[in-house]
Design a protein around this ligand. Structure first.
Ligand code: IPM
Ligand code: MN
Length: 359
């Protein structure tokens, strides 16, 4: 029995979450586990009514769950930053979800903007550190409002944060890495950084990376790429990558690039993972206000986030089956991943997944 908190959120969040929940319930029935779902209304509407984003009491409440399913956060009437910081980032930080796991996998039938690359070439994951870096809010203004105004925002990492993220990444590469990416027979972990300019932050990352790799993971091949080069190779030679580990800010940026490479926000999912605590799974795309209530948004990203949730909970069989089902549908049924162009409504796509999963 899994106790699962569901936060549908804003915009199209509730629509895609409804389909994800449908699939979750069908998977539970088929694979013989139970789910106990509790819905929470955190998001833009609640903020507008009450001024509340994600209160501390909610964090305490969320700690009691096994995992969290999130739809989307973001409201056109709320100034940028309030909900993102107040809900999404607050949950990530308060629940210490220090890994942001974002697979970049091109499913069959899904269109990628990269010419001549297909599912064989586009299949890697980004492990984004999720608690440090420019996201810590370290900094401030001085002389604000004057012509000499200064703004400082510091990238902050400590060794502990870096080490725990690297350890997760090495373990991930050992367990799930695919051998022989054309570079010898070891699984590969690539560190993405900027050691030529960020000579403190990524010096720390690089030293920690090689120290840990040498001492504890001699079976894993280590590679290093600068972040700008990573962007270049993700487009030119995505087949070079298998498992990438990086800091929070670079991870944010390269995973949006990754989402496009794998066919867009309709299909990209991610997990905010605390391996020792409560994790939270979400489609990477936003609340897409212009599609709200039209039944045209693609729920597959939310459904894939359920797949990641179940894999993390240890329900590997159910997770694999959901992924196979999604791959069958992208390969054989859906015309496009884009909102309004799927050939089916949001709910119909959810039904297709359930039907195929349970047949
Ligand atoms: C993401 C988003 C968030 C981030 C924003 C909404 C705060 O872009 O999940 O990638 O920067 O992490
Ligand atoms: Mn982002």
């Amino acid at each position: 029995m899994y106790k699962i908190a569901v936060i549908p959120g804003d915009g199209t969040g509730p629509e895609v979450t409804a389909e994800a929940v449908k699939v979750l319930k069908a998977a539970a029935e088929k694979f013989d586990f139970k789910v106990d779902l509790t819905e929470f209304d955190f998001g833009g509407e609640r903020y507008k009514k009450t001024g509340e984003t994600l209160p501390d009491s909610a964090i305490e409440e969320l700690r009691k769950f096994d995992t969290i399913l999130l739809g989307a956060i973001g409201h056109p009437d709320v100034a940028p930053g309030i909900l993102e910081k107040g809900i999404l980032l607050k949950a990530r930080f308060a629940l210490d979800q220090y890994i942001n796991l974002r697979p970049v996998k091109l499913y069959p039938g899904v269109e990628t903007p990269i010419k001549d690359k297909g599912p064989d070439e586009i299949d890697f994951v980004v492990i984004r550190e999720n608690t440090g870096d420019l996201y810590t809010g370290t900094g401030g203004f001085s002389m604000k409002g004057t012509p000499h105004e200064v703004a400082v925002q510091s990238a902050v990492y400590n060794r502990f944060q870096v080490d725990r993220c690297l350890r997760y990444a090495f373990e991930y590469a050992r367990k799930y890495g695919k051998k022989a990416r054309g570079k010898g027979d070891k699984n590969t972990l690539a560190l993405c950084g900027k050691t030529n300019v960020l000579t403190y932050i990524y010096d720390l990352w690089e030293r920690a990376f090689h120290e840990m790799g040498k001492a504890e993971y001699p079976d894993i091949e280590r590679e290093y790429y600068h972040v700008d080069a990573t962007c270049m190779w993700m487009i030119k030679n995505p087949e070079w990558f298998d498992v990438i580990v990086t800091g929070n800010m670079f991870g944010d940026i390269i995973t949006d690039l990754g989402a496009m490479v794998q066919g867009g926000m309709g299909i990209a999912a991610g997990g905010n993972i605390n391996p020792e605590g409560v994790s939270m799974f979400e489609p990477i795309g936003g609340s897409a206000p212009k599609y709200t209530g039209k039944g045209v948004i693609n729920p597959l990203a939310a459904i894939c986030s359920v797949q990641m949730m179940l894999a993390t909970l240890g329900e590997e069989e159910a997770a694999d089956k959901i992924e196979q089902t999604v791959m069958y549908l992208t390969g054989n049924k859906l015309k496009s991943m884009q909102a309004g162009k799927m050939g089916y409504s949001t709910a119909e796509v959810g039904d297709l997944v359930v039907d195929k999963l349970t047949e």
